[in-house]
Design a protein around this ligand. Structure first.
Ligand SMILES: *[C@@H]1O[C@H](CO)[C@@H](O)[C@H](O)[C@H]1NC(C)=O
Ligand SMILES: *[C@@H]1O[C@H](CO)[C@@H](O)[C@H](O)[C@H]1NC(C)=O
Ligand SMILES: *[C@@H]1O[C@H](CO)[C@@H](O)[C@H](O)[C@H]1NC(C)=O
Ligand SMILES: *[C@@H]1O[C@H](CO)[C@@H](O)[C@H](O)[C@H]1NC(C)=O
Ligand SMILES: *[C@@H]1O[C@H](CO)[C@@H](O)[C@H](O)[C@H]1NC(C)=O
Ligand SMILES: *[C@@H]1O[C@H](CO)[C@@H](O)[C@H](O)[C@H]1NC(C)=O
Ligand SMILES: *[C@@H]1O[C@H](CO)[C@@H](O)[C@H](O)[C@H]1NC(C)=O
Ligand SMILES: *[C@@H]1O[C@H](CO)[C@@H](O)[C@H](O)[C@H]1NC(C)=O
Ligand SMILES: *[C@@H]1O[C@H](CO)[C@@H](O)[C@H](O)[C@H]1NC(C)=O
Ligand SMILES: *[C@@H]1O[C@H](CO)[C@@H](O)[C@H](O)[C@H]1NC(C)=O
Ligand SMILES: *[C@@H]1O[C@H](CO)[C@@H](O)[C@H](O)[C@H]1NC(C)=O
Length: 709
C-alpha cells in the first residue's frame, strides 16, 4: 500500500493542521504516506469538507484492517486510493462526495464492529450489513450515525449482546431491520421514539420480555415483524393505533392472551401472521374488515369459538392457515364471498359443521382445502349427484381426512385438472369408487383409507398414471389386484391395500414397480406364493434418502400414511422419506420366503407374520443391514436360523415365534440386545440366549437335541 503513492494527493493534502497529529497515531504505513505528501506539497487548500471525506476513508480502511481476509471483497478500500473513495466498492456518495450509503451485503465480512468509527459518517443515511460473518456486539457508537434513515443488520448469527440503546435515538430512521442475529435483549419502551419508522423487522434476534405499549406510537409503520423471538405477554391494545400497518408478523413467540379487538382498526392490513404462539380466546368477529386482507396465518395457537364470520368481507383474502387451534364452528356460508381464496387449512380444530354449508357452490377458485381432523359432517354430493366442489377447477389439494363425512364420491374427482392430492381417509364414505375413462396427469397422491368403500380394486384409477401414493387400506374392497397396476402406475412409491377383503394370488407384476418403497398388503385374503422375481423391484434396493414434499404454491402440505412399524400403528410423514418396508402379514400366503427379498438392501421393515409360509429363513437375510423390524411369526418355517442373522446390525424388533425353527439362536452383538424370550417362543427346537442353554435343554429334556454346534 505504502509503495504505491496516491495519484491524486489533493484529498490527503486537505488535512486540517489539527488533524495531522491525530492521524499520525495510525499505523506506520499511513504515517509514511502522510509525511511524504504533507511535506512535499505545502500549499494545499485545507477545507473542512475534505477533511471529513478523508476521515471517512480513513475510518473504513482502519476497520478493514481489523477484518480477516477483507482484501477480496474490499480490495478497492485503501488509503492510497482514497481520492476515488466514491468509487470504492459498496459505497454510494452524495453530491458533496460524502458517503451516503454503505451497502455491505454479502461482502464476506469476518470480524467485529469494534473498530468501526461510526462518528466519521455524519452524512450516512443507509447502512446495510447483510449476510456476513460479523461477531462481537453492535457498539453503542452506532448512535453517532445521526443522519441514518435505513439500518439493516441481517443474517450475522454470531452478533451477540444487546441492541444498543443509542439505536432508539436515531430519529430519522424509517427502516430498521435487525434480523437473524444472535442478540439477547428485550424490546424497550424507547422503540416508540422512532415515530417515523415505516418498516421495523426484529425477526429472530432473539428478543425476550413483552411488547411495549409504546409500539402503538409507530403510526407510520407499514411493516412490523417480531417473529421468531421469545416474546411473552399479550399483544397490546395500542397495536390498533398503527393504522398504516400492512403486515404484522408475530409468529413463533410465546405470546398469550387474546388478539386485541383493536386489530380491526387496521384497515390497511394485508398479512396477519400469528402462528405458533399461545394466543387464545375468541377472535373478534369483525376481523377481516380490511379490503386488503390477503393472508391470515394463525395456526398452532389456542384460539377457540367460532371462526370470525366476516373474514372475507374485504374480498381479497387468499390464504387462511388456522390449523391446530380449538375453533368450534364456521359461520354458514362463511366462504361464500371469499372469491380470491386459494388456500384454507383448518387441520385439527374442533369444527362441527356441514361441509356444504361452509362452502356451497359459489366459492371462487380455491387451491387448497385442508380440513383434516375436525368434526365435519355431511356429504360431498349435491342433489344432482355431483360433488359440490366439481366447479373448483383450481383445486390442488383436498384433505378432508379424519372427519365424519359420508356418502359416495363423484367421478369429477378424476377430472379436476389441477388436483394433486386427495385425502379422504378416516371418514365414513361408502359405495363404489366411481369409474371414469380419464384421470388427470396431476393426481399424485390418493388416500381413501379407513372408510367403507367396497367393490373391486377401483378400475377408474387405471388412467391415473402419475400416482405416487395409493392408499386404499381399511375398506371393504374385494377381488384380486389387477395385473395392470404396475404398468398403470409406473411412478408409484407407496401402495397400501391392507385390511380389506382382497383375495387371489399376489400378481407377479407387483414386482415390476421400479420405485415402490412401501408395499402393504397385510390383512387380506391373499393366497399362493410370494412372487420372486425381484430384478425390476429397484425402489427398495438402496437406502431411501430422497425427500418428497408437496409444494402447492408455496403452501407446504404434509402427506401422511398409516403403517404398522415395530408392533405399533404409526402415522408416517411421507415427506421425511427414508422409509422402505414390506408388510404381507395376516394373509394365507404359502410356500417359501423367496431369497430374492434379501437383495432389497434398503428395507427397514419386513412383516410376513400370520401366513402359512414354510421352508427355511432365507440364508442371506443378513444382507439386510438396514432392517430394523422383522416379523416372521406364526408361520410354518423350519430349519435353523441362518448364521447371517448376526449381521442384522440395525434390528431392534424381531419376532420369530410360533414356527418350527430349531437349533441354536446365533450369537451377535445386536441380537444380544433382544432379550425378550417370547420373540422365539413356540419353536420347540430353538435354544440359546435368551432361551435356555442348548446343553441344559439336552440334559433337562433328554431328547434328541438338534443343536449340532
Ligand atoms: C481504486 O478504486 C477503484 C474503484 O473502486 C478501483 O477500480 C481501483 O482498482 C482501486 N485501485 C487500487 C490501487 O486499489
Ligand atoms: C474468520 O476468520 C477467522 C480467523 O482468520 C477464521 O478462523 C474463521 O474461520 C473465519 N470465519 C469465517 C466464517 O470465515
Ligand atoms: C459517539 O461515539 C463516541 C465514541 O466515538 C461515543 O463515546 C458516543 O457515545 C457516541 N455517541 C452516540 C450518540 O452514540
Ligand atoms: C423516548 O422514549 C422514552 C420511553 O418511552 C421516553 O421517556 C422519552 O421521552 C422519549 N424520548 C424522546 C426524545 O422522545
Ligand atoms: C428462547 O427460547 C428457546 C426455546 O425455549 C430457548 O432454547 C432459548 O434459550 C431462548 N432464548 C433466549 C435468548 O431466551
Ligand atoms: C392508542 O391506543 C389506545 C388503546 O387502544 C388508545 O387508548 C389511545 O387513545 C390511542 N392513542 C392514539 C394516539 O391514538
Ligand atoms: C368495515 O369498515 C367500514 C369502514 O371502512 C365500516 O363502514 C363498516 O361498518 C365496517 N364493517 C364492519 C362489519 O365492521
Ligand atoms: C356476501 O356478500 C353479500 C353481498 O355483499 C352479503 O349480502 C352477504 O351477507 C355476504 N355473506 C357473508 C357470509 O359474508
Ligand atoms: C364390509 O362389508 C361387510 C359385509 O358387507 C360388513 O359387515 C362390514 O361392516 C364392512 N366393513 C367395513 C369396514 O365397511
Ligand atoms: C406384523 O403385522 C401384524 C399384523 O398383521 C402386527 O400385529 C405385528 O405387530 C407386526 N409386526 C411388527 C414387528 O410390526
Ligand atoms: C410375536 O408374534 C406373536 C404372534 O404373531 C404375537 O402374539 C406376540 O405378541 C409377538 N411378540 C412380540 C414380543 O411382539
Amino acid at each position: 500500500m505504502a509503495g504505491r503513492p496516491a495519484a491524486h494527493p489533493e484529498v490527503l493534502c486537505s488535512l486540517q493542521p489539527g488533524r495531522t497529529s491525530e492521524v499520525i497515531m495510525k499505523p506506520p504505513h499511513h504515517v509514511a504516506l502522510l509525511l511524504f505528501f504533507c511535506t512535499s506539497l505545502l500549499l494545499c487548500a485545507l477545507t473542512p469538507v475534505k477533511a471529513i471525506i478523508w476521515r471517512e476513508a480513513e475510518a473504513l480502511v482502519n476497520w478493514k484492517a481489523s477484518l480477516a481476509d477483507a482484501d477480496e471483497s474490499l480490495g478497492s478500500w485503501s488509503i492510497a486510493n482514497s481520492t476515488s473513495l466514491c468509487r470504492w466498492t459498496h459505497i454510494t456518495c452524495n453530491s458533496a462526495r460524502h458517503i451516503r450509503e454503505l451497502d455491505l451485503t454479502d461482502a464476506t465480512l469476518n470480524g467485529t464492529l469494534d473498530d468501526f468509527d461510526f462518528s466519521a459518517f455524519p452524512h450516512l443515511d443507509k447502512l446495510t450489513l447483510c449476510n456476513n460473518s460479523l461477531y462481537g456486539t453492535i457498539p453503542a457508537g452506532i448512535g453517532n450515525l445521526t443522519s441514518l434513515v435505513v439500518l439493516q443488520i441481517v443474517s450475522n448469527p454470531s452478533l451477540r449482546g444487546a441492541i444498543p440503546r443509542s439505536i432508539w435515538q436515531l430519529k430519522h430512521l424509517t427502516v430498521l431491520e435487525l434480523v437473524h442475529l444472535g442478540l439477547d435483549d428485550t424490546l424497550p419502551e424507547e422503540v416508540g421514539n422512532l415515530t417515523i419508522l415505516e418498516e421495523l423487522d426484529l425477526g429472530s434476534v432473539t428478543l425476550t420480555g413483552s411488547i411495549p405499549l409504546t409500539m402503538g406510537m409507530l403510526m407510520k409503520l407499514r411493516f412490523l415483524s417480531l417473529e421468531g423471538n421469545n416474546l411473552t405477554g399479550s399483544i397490546p391494545l395500542e397495536i390498533g393505533n398503527m393504522t398504516e400497518l400492512q403486515e404484522m408478523h408475530f409468529s413463533d413467540n410465546y405470546l398469550e392472551g387474546q388478539l386485541p379487538g383493536t386489530t380491526t382498526h387496521l384497515r390497511k392490513l394485508q398479512d396477519l401472521f400469528l402462528s405458533d404462539n399461545q394466543l387464545g380466546g375468541h377472535i373478534v368477529p369483525k376481523l377481516g374488515n380490511s379490503s386488503h386482507l390477503d393472508t391470515v396465518a394463525i395456526a398452532h395457537n389456542n384460539f377457540t369459538g367460532p371462526f370470525p364470520s366476516s373474514i372475507c368481507i374485504g374480498g381479497a383474502l387468499r390464504i387462511i392457515i388456522a390449523g391446530y387451534n380449538g375453533f368450534t364452528s364456521l359461520h354458514r356460508h362463511i366462504f361464500q364471498n371469499c372469491t380470491a381464496l386459494q388456500s384454507v387449512d383448518f387441520t385439527a380444530n374442533n369444527i362441527v359443521a356441514d361441509l356444504k354449508d361452509c362452502f356451497g357452490e359459489h366459492l371462487g377458485l380455491p387451491r387448497t382445502m385442508v380440513f383434516s381432523q375436525n368434526h365435519l359432517y355431511g356429504t360431498l354430493l349435491t342433489d344432482r349427484g355431483e360433488a359440490f366442489f366439481c366447479n373448483y377447477t383450481n383445486l390442488n389439494i383436498l384433505d378432508l381426512s379424519n372427519n365424519a363425512l359420508y356418502g359416495g364420491l363423484s367421478k369429477c374427482f378424476w377430472d379436476l385438472k389441477r388436483l394433486a392430492l386427495v385425502d379422504l381417509s378416516s371418514n365414513s364414505f361408502s359405495g363404489v369408487v366411481p369409474f371414469s375413462r380419464t384421470c388427470e396427469d396431476r393426481l399424485y397422491y390418493l388416500h381413501l383409507a379407513n372408510n367403507h368403500f367396497e367393490g373391486t380394486f377401483p378400475l377408474g384409477l387405471e388412467k391415473c398414471k402419475n400416482l405416487i401414493t395409493l392408499d386404499l387400506g381399511g375398506n371393504n374392497f374385494s377381488g384380486t389386484i389387477p395385473s395392470w397396476v404396475s404398468k398403470s402406475f409406473p411412478r408409484l412409491k407407496f401402495l397400501r391395500l391392507s385390511s380389506n377383503m382382497f383375495d387371489g394370488t399376489i400378481p407377479h407384476q407387483i414386482l415390476q414397480f421400479r420405485h415402490l418403497q412401501l408395499l402393504d398388503l397385510s390383512k387380506n385374503k391373499f393366497i399362493g406364493s410370494i412372487p420372486d422375481d425381484f430384478t425390476n423391484f429397484t425402489g427398495m434396493v438402496h437406502e431411501q434418502t430422497n425427500i418428497d414434499f408437496i409444494d402447492a404454491d408455496h403452501y407446504m402440505h404434509i402427506e401422511q400414511i398409516q403403517i404398522v412399524w415395530k408392533n405399533a400403528d404409526h402415522v408416517y410423514i411421507i415427506m421425511r422419506a427414508g422409509m422402505a418396508g414390506i408388510d404381507l402379514s395376516g394373509n394365507s400366503l404359502s410356500q417359501e420366503i423367496p431369497n430374492g427379498l434379501t437383495t432389497l438392501l434398503g428395507l427397514r421393515y419386513l412383516n410376513l407374520s400370520g401366513n402359512h409360509l414354510s421352508g427355511s429363513v432365507p440364508r442371506d437375510i443378513g444382507n439386510l443391514v438396514l432392517l430394523e423390524a422383522l416379523d416372521l411369526s406364526q408361520n410354518q418355517l423350519s430349519g435353523e436360523i441362518p448364521p447371517s442373522f448376526v449381521d442384522l446390525k440395525s434390528m431392534s424388533t424381531l419376532n420369530l415365534s410360533s414356527n418350527g425353527l430349531s437349533g441354536r439362536i446365533p450369537m451377535g452383538s445386536q441380537l444380544q440386545t433382544l432379550v425378550d424370550p417370547s420373540i422365539y417362543s413356540n419353536n420347540p427346537g430353538l435354544c440359546g440366549f435368551p432361551l435356555k442353554d442348548c446343553e441344559l435343554i439336552n440334559v433337562d429334556r433328554k431328547w434328541n437335541n438338534p443343536c449340532r454346534r
